[in-house]
Design a protein around this ligand. Structure first.
Ligand code: ADP
Length: 508
């Protein structure tokens, strides 16, 4: 049996998972690390702590491995390669010589460069940026974060121009540390989130580098998501291991869900929802302000070694709506309780909850929308509200899916799901009903780490290609739609009426 070590570096924790060649979890370790909020709207990580926790969990996993196999007549387990997946957009700037960060990492959630983005928008730059990068001009992405570091860390710009500093998203940072500074690289799925790469050519874009005043000397080399890109220092994990797969977390999850053909999509139900749809070799420009992004470059695709593009959208309030029922309304004590409560009534009694607590994202894009509960009568109970909350998660995902399908001109045949709230069977049934297509939950729900392992395994011959992985991907449960098409449309139309009532509420 051969194994792959996936490093899954997330926003709140570093995780490591060893998968066997059948895609099953053989060992897992996880460590949380500190979040820093030095000013309102600022979010920082200590890149050194990220590396320390990531290395620690990798070592823990490797050590656990023989015990996971005890009882079986086995030679020492062989880890064939490492795959990396990571929180995206988070920006690290470090000293090439010492390998030490020169400033705290600016996390994707950090809003400090919002004013700079507004300035660029006023200067009419948004359309050109979207054409080249597939992104909506926003502080979320790395470009303005890196620009900020170069402008605000004393001496950084001069040192960057002299070639003494290196920039990277978390993947590059980890690769640099793992290889003892020998490899400074990133993959197109991560580079696509920097707002500095042209997603059509997969190269750093001269014009964008000028716009954000980024010296070329700080940039990592862009290499395929699946392929040998370096070897770990032998003192780190006992023996040198090849690093052979890299992808941003959402793209890795899409790969781990084996969404290799155009029109295949996955939705991750966590705090928010992240939906990605594979659009094949075509970078589809969205008319609904969805993002166009590189899925991966490498031996992906059911049909060969190509670059796969995705449309990506997110729902701000998904599992967070359930948290609000628990912490705000206090009508449940734990998130999983919502299912039984919602199932205690046959329907919402025409009650709708529009969870626009933080405005509405795609496809409505209304920052002034606010949370709205409509249709209450004397007969309404907390059960109706709980059910309306679950429906709202499914309805927002259905709206997003509709926008995606229209943008791509592709019809969905099923939706693959993962994330904490995907364990809720009622929610998944409601989702199938509201999409009108089956919702499929896989046996292995560690799809993000699995995607990184698959990318690494494809590059090292553990798997022959997408078809072999697609065959390995196994269904845990499939939820078939039960509503008639007219009932489904009526439900969505009624939801749209509720959304209209939520719009434009906040005056400031
Ligand atoms: P994240 O990675 O964003 O932290 P997770 O994938 O761990 O999210 O999922 C946690 C979210 O899922 C929480 O917002 C929680 O309220 C929600 N959640 C967890 N279990 C359930 C459940 N059974 N039904 C509905 N929501 C749930």
């Amino acid at each position: 049996m051969r194994y792959l070590l996936a490093l899954d570096q997330g926003t709140t924790s570093s995780r490591a998972i060893v998968f066997d060649e059948r895609g099953r979890v053989a060992a897992l370790a996880q460590r949380e690390f500190a979040q820093h909020f030095p000013h309102p709207g600022w979010v920082e990580h200590d890149a050194a702590e990220i590396w320390a926790t990531q290395l620690a969990v990798a070592r823990e996993c490797v050590q656990k491995l023989p015990s996971a196999l005890s009882g079986r007549a086995q030679a020492a387990p062989e880890i064939v390669a490492i795959g990396i997946t990571n929180q995206r957009e988070t920006t690290v700037l470090w000293d090439r010589a010492t390998g030490q960060p020169v400033a705290p990492a600016i996390v994707w959630q950090d809003r400090r460069t919002t004013a700079r983005c507004e300035q660029l928008r006023r200067a009419g730059k948004a359309a050109a940026i979207q054409r080249k990068t597939g992104l909506v001009l926003d502080a979320y992405f790395s470009a303005t974060k890196l620009e900020w570091l170069l402008d605000n860390v004393p001496g950084a710009r001069a040192r960057a121009e002299a070639g003494d500093l290196a920039f990277g998203t978390i993947d590059s940072w980890l690769i640099y540390q793992l290889t003892g500074g020998r490899t400074h690289a990133t993959d197109p799925s991560n580079a696509a989130r920097t707002m500095l790469m042209n997603i059509h050519t997969l190269a750093w874009d001269e014009e964008l580098l000028r716009l954000f005043s980024i010296p070329r000397a700080v940039l990592p080399q862009i290499v395929p998501s699946s392929g040998l890109l370096g070897e770990t220092d032998s003192d780190l994990l006992g023996t040198p291991l090849p690093i052979a797969g890299v992808a941003g977390d959402q793209q890795a999850a899409t790969f781990g869900q084996a969404c290799f053909a155009p029109g295949m999509a996955k939705n991750t139900y966590g705090t928010g929802c992240f939906m990605l749809m594979n659009t094949g070799g075509r970078a589809v420009r969205s008319r609904n302000r969805l993002l166009t992004t590189v899925g991966w470059q490498g031996p992906a695709g059911a049909d060969g070694r190509r670059t796969a593009y995705c449309l990506e959208g997110s729902v701000f309030m998904a599992g967070a709506t359930v948290q609000w029922l628990r912490d705000g309304l206090q009508i449940i004590q734990s998130a999983p309780e919502v299912e039984a409560l919602a199932a205690s009534v046959p329907d919402t009694g025409d009650v709708f909850l529009v969870p626009a607590f933080a405005g509405l994202g795609a496809p409505d894009w209304d920052g002034r929308a606010r949370g709205t509960l409509v249709g209450l009568t004397r007969g309404s109970t907390r059960a109706h509200i709980a059910r309306a909350a679950l429906e709202a998660i499914a309805l927002q995902s259905a709206d997003m899916f509709g926008a995606m399908s229209r943008d791509a001109g592709l019809a969905l045949t099923e939706l693959r799901v993962d994330g904490g709230a995907s364990r809720n069977d009622l929610l998944m049934q409601l989702q199938a009903d509201l999409l009108g297509v089956p919702v499929v939950r896989p046996q292995v729900t560690e799809t993000t780490a699995l995607g990184a392992a698959y990318l690494a395994g494809l590059a090292t011959g553990v798997w022959s290609g997408g078809a072999e992985i697609a065959a390995q991907w196994a269904v845990e449960r499939r939820f078939e739609p039960t509503l008639t098409e007219s009932a489904r449309r009526a439900r969505i139309a009624r939801w749209r009426e509720a959304v209209e009532r939520a719009r434009g509420w906040a005056k400031t």
